[in-house]
Design a protein around this ligand. Structure first.
Ligand code: ZN
Length: 276
């Protein structure tokens, strides 16, 4: 990852920035809502502890150059944001600021079954229960931390709509699209983009058949609208292992994979983790 940085160089910020942008090791940085900030933390004998609010942040690198990878929410205001850095757990914190630049996402208008927009009371109650469960899943922060970050596209096919679209269902504005849609036929196998562990399998009101994978350090991926799930919670997957199949379950207009990538409990643009 950060190999080849000679100690004799006494790396200044410019040197660190260059070494840490090795394209084979890091997601692309894009400091916009829904993007990822790569914050240089400099040298330290121990891995610093970083939080965005009270949510732990993935820190990678080595004693020569640590780096925080911060997921920026789609709802983040444009302007200054910050994380808190501690030399170790319990140590006093310091703030590192970064700027969130504006990004205008396109609007998408969709027509879906009315019952999936104007929820009946029992559907609303079901969705509230499912949301509480998903929030527990999203809080997963495990070790070991990931030792690779560049992902394999989990299913081949065209990206039928992109991350961040402002969505209007049957004329009503809803949350922006927080994943990548990949068009593929029902039954197409989906493979793990990185080594990971299955942490949730379910059938949810909006997302349909769903699997969550944990890649360590708060890096999670989510697969929705599945026709079939071929894994169980606790299974360990290697990159390229097939574990579920494309479908059209939940709130959809046709078969596709909805793929989500999460860092520090924040859905970020999966394209940043794929080779350019
Ligand atoms: Zn989607």
């Amino acid at each position: 990852m950060l190999r080849g940085l000679g100690l004799a160089l006494l790396p200044g910020p410019a040197v660190l920035a260059r070494a840490a942008t090795a394209p084979d090791a890091w997601p692309q940085a894009l400091q916009v809502p829904g993007g990822v900030a790569r914050l240089q933390l400099g040298p330290a004998p121990e891995r610093p502890v970083v939080h965005a609010g009270d949510v732990p942040v993935l820190v990678l690198g080595d004693s020569i150059a640590w780096m925080a990878l911060v997921g920026i929410p789609l709802s983040a205001p444009v302007g200054q944001a910050h994380v808190t850095v501690q030399a170790a757990a319990g140590a006093p914190g310091r703030r590192i600021a970064y700027r969130v630049a504006p990004k205008q996402y396109r609007e998408q208008r969709l027509t879906v079954a009315p019952r999936t927009v104007d929820l009946a009371p029992e559907d609303l109650a079901r969705h509230e229960r499912e949301r509480a469960h998903q929030q527990q899943i999203m809080a997963t922060f495990s070790t070991p931390l990931p030792d690779e970050l560049q992902m394999r596209q989990p299913v081949p096919g065209p990206r039928s709509s992109s991350f961040g679209l402002r969505r209007v269902f049957n004329g009503q504005a809803r949350n922006p699209h927080s994943g990548m849609d990949i068009a593929a036929a029902t039954g197409t196998p989906i493979v793990a983009p990185l080594p990971g562990r299955v942490i949730d399998v379910g059938d949810y009101f909006f997302n349909g058949g769903t699997v969550w994978l944990d890649h360590g350090g708060g890096l999670l991926t989510m697969y929705c609208h599945l026709s079939r799930v071929d894994c169980q919670v606790g299974d360990r997957l290697r990159t390229g292992d097939a574990f579920c199949k494309v479908g059209a379950t939940g709130r959809v207009t046709g078969p596709h994979l909805h793929w989500g990538v999460m860092l520090n409990r924040t859905m970020v643009d999966p394209a940043l983790f794929l080779p350019a």
